[in-house]
Design a protein around this ligand. Structure first.
Ligand code: ADP
Ligand code: GLC
Length: 492
């Protein structure tokens, strides 16, 4: 099948979180399964310098953006498995220090930047020969694409218009902007309705996708249910319930070629189930890297996270403040809201021999924390899927998670299934409930046989992408079938 993916970030070219990992792996495993897969993404600062094999792609975009016309060139490269990347080169929009903002302040023109990106995706889809059969977009940045394609089919006479799929990685980010920005879409006002992309008098770029995509997916089965409730629907639960027949939950996979404990350039020592000793060596190396005493016996808790409300950092800081009276160590890597960054720095100041903190983005250290920790903390308020807990499982690091979204779908608590237990779960969103879960981890740490049982279950759990990619192909097939039925005599 011919599939065009679109995302604002793609690992290893750009990344702020799990979206980049997920989209890169989806593209790779679809291509490996024999599909013809393209992926459109912005050319951010530094990509051309880091990836010398990028070639100019002979197509110049000229896109109306309100009263202006914005042009862009494209760059392309083929990834090893045959995935073809298209980078949209619009320097004024994308050659900047950050992806979405700087110093925790969003760029003022993000609406224009991502409406433009969405238009670039729709234009490229129309230009490619043969054209894609399905265009699959991810999150709000490209949420407008399904509507742009629908409009081009209805008003623009695009007879071969592809079917569309929107994956919701995080409903909390919707791309909601004042009504005036609608001009930049150059669409008729007939779409600016309650059934369309209007959201309480504003424009919602994600809602355009939710309302007009042929298929909707969320990144875990549980999250697909949660977003249909008023508590977690972020104002779109009604529309999502109305479109429930087109919505499915597909748990993300893990790219075990990237997230591996052997021959991993980010790790000093390799290890696996058959040869587990390297895990202790990684712990010692991590303690050394973070300036913590090299004590093999002390339980070490890892945190790698965007430091934002979603991730439960408030209850984490409170619970750790209490638990740092015990003999534990904590390794923190993250960036985000200043109050959370300062909160961790304060803990490190108070307990320099127990807490090591690194602020900022550091890919290698993320692997080393996953490998060197005994436990991994993820007390998220909500978590659409979560990849870190699945990386932890493979790295033999026991996840301590709140039972929400994909965390609940991927981690097994001893109360659910003693034979298959691989992590510790708690339910109530409170620092007391988290502190209790951490105390359970400390008790578990004192029982090496039980730790070995959890580790075995975690390291053998299988979240490989073949299953996930096959589930997406089934969604694409449904879109294609529906399109054929809608247009009698059509061949695609
Ligand atoms: P989310 O996408 O909501 O941030 P996920 O668990 O799905 O959460 O994915 C997070 C990804 O981002 C993981 O690959 C994790 O290692 C990475 N990550 C998060 N913060 C950092 C950081 N400060 N440095 C390096 N990698 C990070
Ligand atoms: C979002 C979600 C996270 C998910 C990731 C990849 O960033 O917050 O839970 O794992 O997307 O789908």
């Amino acid at each position: 099948m011919r599939i065009l993916l679109a995302s604002s970030e793609v690992y290893p070219y750009s990344k702020s979180g799990g979206l980049a990992d997920m989209v890169a792996a989806l593209g790779k495993f679809l291509a490996r399964a024999g599909h013809d897969v393209g992926l459109v993404t912005p050319l951010y600062r530094g990509i051309r310098e880091r990836f010398r094999l990028l070639q100019p792609f002979r197509y110049r975009l000229e896109v109306p953006l309100g009263h202006a016309t914005v042009s862009a060139t494209l760059w392309t490269t083929a990834a090893p498995d045959g995935l073809r990347l298209y980078f949209v080169d619009q320097p004024a929009f994308f050659q900047r220090r950050g992806l979405y903002g700087e110093d925790d302040v969003a760029y003022a023109d993000n609406a224009a930047r991502f409406i433009f990106l969405s238009k670039a995706v729709a234009h490229l889809a129309r230009h490619l020969t043969p054209p894609p059969e399905v265009v699959h977009v991810h999150d709000w940045h490209v949420g407008l694409v399904p509507l742009l394609i629908r409009d081009a089919a209805v008003r623009g006479g695009w007879r071969e218009a592809p079917g569309t799929c929107l994956t919701i990685h995080n409903l909390a980010y919707q791309g909601v902007y004042p009504r005036a920005i609608y001009e930049a879409t150059n669409l008729p006002w007939s779409y600016f309705t309650h059934e369309g992309l209007e959201f309480h008098g504003h424009v919602s770029l994600l809602k355009a996708g939710v309302a007009y995509a042929d298929a909707l997916t969320a990144v875990s089965p549980q999250y697909a249910q949660e977003i249909q409730t008023p508590e977690q629907g972020c104002g779109l639960d009604g529309l999502l319930r109305a479109r429930a027949g087109r919505l499915s939950g597909i748990l993300n996979g893990v790219d075990y070629e990237e997230w591996r404990t052997r021959n991993n350039p980010s790790l000093v020592h390799g290890y696996d189930l058959a040869d587990p000793d390297g895990k202790a060596a990684n712990k010692a190396a991590l303690q050394h890297e973070l300036g913590l005493p090299a004590r093999p016996e002390v339980p070490l808790f890892g945190i790698v996270s965007r430091l934002v409300d979603q991730k439960g950092i408030d209850i984490e800081l409170t619970a750790l403040t209490e638990l740092l009276a015990s003999d534990i160590q904590v390794a923190v890597l993250g960036a985000g809201q200043p109050e959370f960054e300062e909160g961790f720095l304060r803990l490190a100041d108070l307990h320099p021999e127990k807490v090591g903190v690194r602020l900022g983005y550091n890919h290698g250290l993320a692997h080393r924390i996953e490998a060197g920790s005994d436990f991994f903390l993820m007390p998220s308020k909500f978590e659409p899927c979560g990849l870190n807990q699945m990386y932890s499982l493979r790295y033999g690091t026991i996840p301590v998670v709140r039972a929400t979204g994909g965390l609940d779908d991927s981690v097994i608590d001893i109360r659910e299934d003693p034979a298959r237990a691989n992590g510790i779960k708690f339910h109530e969103y409170s620092s007391a409930a988290l502190a209790k879960a951490i105390r359970k981890a400390l008790a578990l740490h004192g029982d090496p046989e039980l730790v070995a049982h959890y580790r075995f279950n975690g390291m053998t759990a299988d979240f490989s992408w073949d299953r996930t990619a096959a589930e997406y192909v089934a969604v694409y097939e449904r879109i294609r079938r529906a399109a054929r039925e809608a247009v009698p005599g059509a061949t695609r």
